[in-house]
Design a binder for this molecule. Structure first.
Ligand SMILES: [Zn+2]
Ligand SMILES: [Zn+2]
Length: 169
C-alpha cells in the first residue's frame, strides 16, 4: 500500500498518523498539517473530529516583522525619521551652544525653548508609536502560532495491524 499525504497528496514514507481517520486519509506530513493548522487555527480533524496532539507556541517578533509588510515599512520609516530628527536636534543644540549663545542671548534662549518643545513632542510621538506597534504585535500573536503536530501513536499501531491483516488475508 502506498502511503500518501492527505494534504499535498505526495507519496512518502515520512508521514505521521495524527488522528483517527480511515486508512486513505490517515497519513500526513507533519509540516503540511502544521501549516494547515496555522492557517485555519483549527485544532481538530475536520473528518474524524479527533483533537490533534500538538504543541502550540505564539510566533515571535521577527516572524511578525517578516509577515506583516505594512508594519515593517512603518517601523523602517519611523526609525529613519527618528534618526534624522535626533541628528537635526543635535546639530541645532551644537549651533546654539557654540554660536548663538555668544552672539545673541535672547534669540538663543528662544532656540533652546523651541528645542525642548520639539524634544517633548518627539518623545511622546515616539512613545505613542512604540505603544501602537506593540499592541498590534500582541494582537497578532493571539492568532498566530507555530504549531507542531505529534503522532497519535495508538492509532498508528491500530492502523498498521489493519494494513497487515488486509495484506495477509
Ligand atoms: Zn504533505
Ligand atoms: Zn481525522
Amino acid at each position: 500500500m502506498v502511503k500518501r499525504c492527505r494534504i499535498c497528496l505526495k507519496a512518502d514514507d515520512d508521514l505521521i498518523v495524527p488522528c483517527n481517520c480511515k486508512v486513505n486519509f490517515a497519513f500526513v506530513h507533519t509540516k503540511c498539517l502544521s501549516q494547515w493548522l496555522e492557517a485555519t487555527l483549527d485544532d481538530a480533524c475536520d473528518i474524524c473530529k479527533f483533537k490533534f496532539i500538538c504543541n502550540k507556541e505564539p510566533k515571535s517578533f521577527k516572524q511578525w516583522l517578516m509577515s506583516e509588510e505594512d508594519e515593517r515599512s512603518d517601523i523602517i520609516t519611523m526609525t529613519i525619521l527618528s534618526v534624522m530628527i535626533i541628528y537635526i536636534l543635535a546639530l541645532g543644540c551644537t549651533f546654539n551652544y557654540y554660536t548663538l549663545n555668544i552672539v545673541n542671548v535672547i534669540f538663543s534662549d528662544l532656540m533652546w525653548s523651541l528645542t525642548v518643545i520639539i524634544c517633548i513632542f518627539f518623545i511622546s510621538w515616539l512613545a505613542h508609536f512604540v505603544q501602537r506597534k506593540f499592541d498590534s504585535f500582541m494582537n497578532w500573536r493571539e492568532y498566530n502560532f507555530n504549531i507542531t503536530v505529534s503522532e497519535n501513536t495508538e492509532r498508528r499501531l491500530d492502523l498498521f495491524s489493519i494494513i497487515e491483516n488486509n495484506f495477509s488475508s
